[in-house]
Design a protein around this ligand. Structure first.
Ligand code: PEP
Ligand code: MN
Length: 365
């Protein structure tokens, strides 16, 4: 099956009554008990800023014996939430059984989780179960930054006849330590938007961050990239949450985050110029952040080299190695349209900083 243009999608504003950009989805990572769900839902409803209430009923967990969701009983609690608060409700599906159960209990929107999107067999089965069903479906990106796999999953759901279709950007797994649980690789959702301009993409700062402190910043970044909405995890007592406790915020904090967002303006030609400029500037900010992270990682390695040399009684400065690096980088930089002067200046200062780090780390105090 070749990738489709997806040009007859139904606009997000027509999925459910009252929806507009940005679509805000909020609620706990997991449904835990009728009380936790209703309490959280009432607090979220009171904000007046959330369009759809979310809760995971079936949780795909990395390790066995972790909390794997309350199962179908939670759908009854979700139905109560909907009755009591009037908010539409959403949950994750990962199998044919989940699809049928969610539809049976009147769930208003379903999403497919990152681990499921990565599996074309599961996606095909879910797509077939959705044939003839009129429900909005959001497809999370797969765990790896594989645009084709994401697009392929979206295409399978589209081929089943779903036209209320969107994507969720929740970042990508990475090896090694990082401030964020899942690296955003913003280039990937930006490219998805370029291929499918009318496919709504919702940002999921909770799963990108994995912590509470950076959610506002990442949510703003998603808005700066002109994504179409946000999904943010919120729990009435985040510290006691049974899953993703570290990243869940109270409904009150969710309200602050949403109120603090600076929204980008829509359409007319002048505003279009500003929006494009903002998007490009956000891309520059993203690359600047990446540069800093890379420089930090490079300095850490330099420190390790410093210690290694010290242990072996070797001097810090080894000029042959250094002129090798400069020459190699100038040649490579030329191939990338970067001038000799720029490359030698930038590597000169990187080298100086590395030496300082090596000196500091090996200094006997
Ligand atoms: C979730 O939304 O709670 C979830 C399990 O997300 P993901 O599939 O992005 O890990
Ligand atoms: Mn979660």
């Amino acid at each position: 099956m070749a990738a489709n243009e997806l040009n007859d999608l139904i606009p997000m504003s027509e999925w459910l009554p009252g929806l507009k950009k940005p679509l805000i989805i909020g609620g706990p990572c997991s449904a835990e008990s009728p009380e936790q769900l209703m309490q959280t839902a009432k607090e979220i409803k009171a904000l007046g800023q959330v369009d759809i209430f979310r809760a995971g009923i079936w949780k795909p967990r990395t390790f066995p014996n972790n909390f794997e969701g309350v199962g179908s009983i939670g759908l009854e609690w979700l139905r109560e939430v909907k009755k009591e608060t009037g908010m539409p409700v959403a949950t994750e599906v990962g199998s044919v059984k989940h699809v049928f159960e969610a539809i049976k209990y009147g769930v208003d929107l379903i999403w497919i989780g990152a681990r499921t999107t990565a599996n074309p067999f599961a996606m095909q089965e879910i797509a077939e179960a959705l044939q003839g069903v009129d429900i909005p479906v959001l497809v999370k990106n797969p765990l790896s930054p594989d645009l084709e796999l994401w697009d392929g999953g979206i295409n399978r759901i589209y081929a089943a006849g779903i036209r209320k279709l969107g994507a969720i950007h929740r970042g990508f797994s990475t090896w090694g330590k990082s401030d964020l649980r899942n690296t955003p690789h913003w280039q990937v959702p930006i490219e998805l938007k370029r291929i499918h301009p009318n496919l709504p993409i919702i940002g999921d700062p909770s799963h990108i961050c994995g912590n509470r402190t950076m959610i506002a910043e990442i949510a703003q970044r998603a808005m700066d990239f002109n994504l179409d909405g946000l999904m943010i995890e919120s729990h009435c007592n985040p510290d006691a949450a049974w899953s993703d406790a570290k990243q869940q915020v109270t409904p009150a904090r969710l309200g602050e985050i949403l109120s603090g967002l600076k929204m980008k303006s829509e359409s007319t030609s002048d505003e279009k110029f500003i929006r494009t400029l903002d998007e490009l500037r956000s891309q520059i900010d993203m690359y600047d952040d990446q540069l800093l992270n890379i420089l930090e990682a490079r300095m850490k390695i330099a420190e390790k080299i410093g210690l290694h040399k010290k242990d072996n009684n070797v001097s810090i400065l080894q000029s042959a190695r250094w002129s090798d690096i400069i020459n190699k980088m100038i040649a490579k930089g030329n191939g990338k349209g970067l001038s000799d002067k720029f490359i030698s200046e930038i590597f000169q200062s990187i080298h100086e900083e590395s030496i300082n780090h090596q000196i500091n780390v090996t200094r006997d105090i």
